[in-house]
Design a binder for this molecule. Sequence first.
Ligand code: PLP
Length: 442
Amino acid sequence: MRQAQPVLWCNPSRLATAPAQMQALGKSISQTDMLAAAARFERFAPFLARRFPELQASQGRVESGLLPADALFTALGHRPDQGRLWIKADHQLAVAGSIKARGGFHEVLEWAEQLAAQAGLLGPGTDYAMLAEAPARALFGQYQVAVGSTGNLGMSIGIMAAALGFQAVVHMSAEAKAWKKQRLRDHGVQVIEHAGDYEAAVASGRAQALANPRCHFVDDERSPSLLLGYSSAALHLRRQLEQAQIVVDAEHPLLVYLPCGVGGAPAGISFGLRQLFGDAVHCFFAEPVQSPCFLLQMMMGLDRHPSVYDFGLSNRTEADGLAVPRASRLAAELMQPLLSGVCTVTDATLFEHLVQVLDHTGLRIEPSAAAGFSGPGQLLHSAAGRDWLERHGLRPHLAQATHLVWTTGGRLLPAEEFQRFEQRGRQSLARNTPHPTLESPP
Ligand SMILES: *Cc1c(COP(=O)(O)O)cnc(C)c1O
């Protein structure tokens, strides 16, 4: 890991059974909370459909497809007797364009709901569509929502906060992409740029917000509301798996690969999946080789809070959604008994997978969203992965396994930006792939 090589780490503390009620950072997080988050999204659906034309077709539901990817599985070097590959296409999530739609929208909607209830705007059976009208907007306009972000979280919080009428402030780090800053400003969001990294942006955002009693700071490193918004994805995924007639049980394991930054998004989803599928689901996080903060946190234990910089790593990666030096302790505490493992991936591989995804599925994802595609290879072809499969008795069931890669962002990516990524991936593939005539002699 110190040498920035791709590795797979398997969690020795994983428990077969996920407790329905868990404690993390002194906060209680339960299956009931996950159901409440899903119910909140349902209550807000009429508002969302009204406020965002692109959500009219789905009647205000922000959800993504579950897509088969057999050709891609083969292209990645795996065989049909090693399982089937599916993609959970959160890179297509409407409005925010990334997985942050789940957590970010949930936290802003939860706060709006609290304020509206306190102001007496909500009664039993109130149609939340009225939260798009003047009295509610006037109320929200007295408050500020702030967040520190490398990009996508700022996008989801900023867009939703502005849509409700809040004053929205996004603190962004140096590595945040220029087009993301511009798009937020186009939505009327105030963008404050910080010279340092993601952690620095969050810290100064938090400090400024604390000084303002009418400001709600969305804290990516310790917010249960964010995490629960992510977790509700598990409930929808369960219905999608049923519809696709995908069985999940001891003989049909579900192996899920999730890109990880601070860990809130993948931890929320893993929490939900472990609640619903118990021991039959295995969740693996994927991080850039230069930013393996979650791996480091899990290896060193919860009484430490290490940074990748302390291990000679640079936290430099084109996967801006994952460029985080230190993990969320909330996510790490929650994952200690639930997570199966963490793998790391080089930027070169991210770009190659981005191209292979394009060529074999037609989907356009951002580099961060490609991280999970390393997961099946790490499990099936590395010594650590094979050993892990063996120890969990999964080898005999691989042919009936479902590999689910979570693609986490890309919808809002400008075309020129994507082309640049695609070019880098094609160059890298051309360098690494031997000429066909050399590889397969007649
Ligand atoms: C934020 C993000 C992630 C990871 O979420 P964390 O909560 O930071 O772990 C993964 N992919 C993309 C595209 C993201 O924007």
